[in-house]
Design a protein around this ligand. Structure first.
Ligand SMILES: Cc1cc2nc3c(=O)[nH]c(=O)nc-3n(C[C@H](O)[C@H](O)[C@H](O)COP(=O)(O)OP(=O)(O)OC[C@H]3O[C@@H](n4cnc5c(N)ncnc54)[C@H](O)[C@@H]3O)c2cc1C
Length: 535
């Protein structure tokens, strides 16, 4: 019997796995990709921490910066723990072998990110996420942690309001499997992939875990807060990390003029750039003054990406950029123990709304979040598993429903081209629930989404092969995308104010009566929303 079943093998899932195993649990990690492909490997810029309190920086300042960026939606107690524990988190990563860049005194190097008072972001050149992920994976292999790769989560199995397992598609054979466990951790990443064609994320960031939690009866939260990164390569959506500005890069317009303090919070910088585009201007990242040596030392990967995708050289050329959907602040609401609102179900990483980022995440805080709360989730899920009695491995109703559904879909031809819809969805979200929002276009978008939701039953498969059927896995993701697009629109319409990443041109001010989390839940098959006080 599995004690702790973890869905997702990004930084959050692997940290949870190691810590659950340390507590003596039998752990299984299930993931639709291989661990080395998880989104975490794309993180370039770094991970925040106060390594030592000095006259320049302190834990208190870090707490203040994180809370300020959250626009009052962060939970003060959770932020306090998160920041105070940051040095421990980095020490742990250092101790398991993450090759952080070091300064001349052999201390971990730190750089400055936007919205912060000090140089606080630890890094490993511009491969920080990749180095963390690969080190975690090495440790998991060393600990003999079991992995089922290329298994796609379908649904949670719930009995008497408790999570007791999942159903998953074995991608290789198209068979539906049931996996039962004493406790379950969702670590399935974010939903910026819904902004298809307008996102820095890989297209597998479709929020599957969040959709499954909502459908299982869990509360999800703050879905309206989508962070747009200011600097993605124009029309390519490949990220140039905030570290480029942190190292001294400028943002300039057509005339070569700087027009904003480059280290303001991401929401403000992204909106300023988008406005320039609306005025018919273009915006460039100017790193030429940093020189080749500095660029090679601090951002070799990004230099290579610019050369390969834009045929430009960072040390010589201006680099055209545009904002792109980057990080989803909303997700499964969790408490300081990483518990969701369903018993025995935990969540960590970008799929959770853990009370840290509120309306706007600080760069470098996500990698810290996945490790901080990955550890908490792993430990608590393992401790809880010790108190859960063995769960019978009989076929659940959910398993039979999902098995019938998947078998049925192979007999059905498609009346709708959902690949076309996916592109339309990306465009619609970026345009109407993007950097600037207003009621009329959001209401129209909601109607469209509801139409697309109704036609889901008309969608079948054009490819009927059972082996590695991409058409099938794409369809399952598309259904989750539509479900979550619905929640984004409801939340964005409901929040009649502007706050952090959510900017409404019809309600431009931040209003005290919205100092609350948006909470969504399913009741009688329909999605409900309410605002809840921050605890
Ligand atoms: C280009 C880029 C650069 C970034 N740079 C930084 C940075 O410098 N600093 C920082 O703090 N943050 C950064 N971020 C954000 C940060 O990388 C992510 O928020 C973080 O890595 C998310 O980790 P995670 O473990 O929660 O999810 P992920 O790494 O996304 O992993 C999710 C896992 O869940 C699995 N999964 C998903 N759905 C299913 C399903 N249906 N069934 C089974 N498995 C499933 C996936 O296969 C994957 O293994 C960056 C993000 C991007 C896109």
């Amino acid at each position: 019997m599995i004690d702790v079943l973890i869905i997702g093998s990004g930084g959050a899932g692997l940290t949870a796995a190691l810590n659950a195993k340390k507590e003596g649990a039998k752990v299984l990690v299930v993931s639709k990709t291989y661990p080395t492909h998880s989104q975490t490997c794309q993180a370039q810029g770094g991970i925040n921490a106060v390594l030592k309190e000095t006259e320049n920086d302190s834990i208190q300042k870090y707490i203040e910066d994180t809370y300020k960026a959250s626009h009052k939606l962060g939970n003060k107690e959770y932020i306090n723990y998160f920041c105070s524990n940051s040095e421990n988190t980095i020490s742990w990563l250092d101790s398991i072998g993450v090759p952080f860049s070091k300064n001349i005194k052999d201390n971990i190097s730190q750089r400055k990110f936007g919205g912060t008072k000090a140089k606080r972001t630890c890094y490993s050149s511009d491969y920080t996420g990749l180095k963390i992920l690969h080190t975690l994976y090495d440790q998991c292999l060393k600990e003999n942690i079991e992995f089922y790769n290329e298994y796609q989560l379908l649904n949670l199995i719930i009995e008497n309001n408790k999570a007791i397992g999942i159903t998953a598609l074995d991608i290789e054979t198209s068979q539906v499997k049931q996996i039962k466990a004493k406790t379950i951790i969702l670590a399935t990443g974010g939903y910026a992939g819904l902004y298809y064609g307008f996102t820095t994320n890989s297209y597998s960031s479709t929020g599957d875990g969040i959709a499954s939690a909502l459908n299982a009866g869990a509360k999800i939260s703050n879905m309206e807060f989508m962070q747009f990164h200011p600097t993605a390569l124009e029309n390519k959506n490949i990220l140039i990390s905030e570290s480029a500005r942190g190292e001294g890069g400028y943002l300039v317009d057509n005339q070569g003029n700087r027009f904003i303090d480059e280290l303001k919070p991401r929401d403000e910088v992204a909106r300023a750039i988008y406005k320039k585009y609306e005025e018919g201007e273009k915006v460039y990242l100017d790193l030429r003054h940093l020189g080749l040596d500095k660029i090679n030392e601090a951002m070799p990967q990004e230099r290579r990406l610019v050369q390969e995708f834009m045929q430009l050289k960072m040390e010589k050329d201006l680099i055209p950029i545009n904002p792109s959907a980057h990080y989803s602040m909303g997700g499964i609401i969790t408490d300081i123990e990483a518990k969701s609102s369903i018993e025995n179900l935990y969540a960590c990483g970008e799929c959770s709304q853990s009370g840290i980022h509120g309306a706007n995440r600080l760069g470098g805080n996500s990698l810290l979040e996945i490790v901080t709360f990955g550890k908490i989730a792993g430990e608590n899920a393992a401790k809880k598993a010790k108190k859960v009695k063995i769960i019978e491995n009989t076929d659940s109703e959910q398993f039979l429903i999902d098995k019938n559904y998947i078998e049925g879909i192979f007999t059905k031809d498609s009346e709708i081209d959902f690949y076309k819809r996916k592109k339309e969805l990306g465009k619609l979200l970026f345009k109407n629930v993007g950097l600037f929002r207003e009621e009329k276009s959001m209401k129209n978008s909601l109607e469209k989404i509801l139409e697309w939701k109704k036609e889901l039953n008309l969608i079948g498969l054009n490819d009927k092969s059972k082996i590695f059927n991409k058409n099938l896995t794409d369809l399952i993701e598309y259904k989750n995308m539509i479900e979550l697009a619905h929640t984004i629109l409801i939340s964005a319409l409901n929040r009649q104010e502007s706050r952090g990443a959510h900017f409404r041109i019809d309600f431009k001010d931040e209003l005290e009566n919205y100092d609350k989390n948006s909470i969504l839940f399913l009741e009688n098959d329909s999605i409900h929303i309410k605002l809840e006080e921050i605890q």
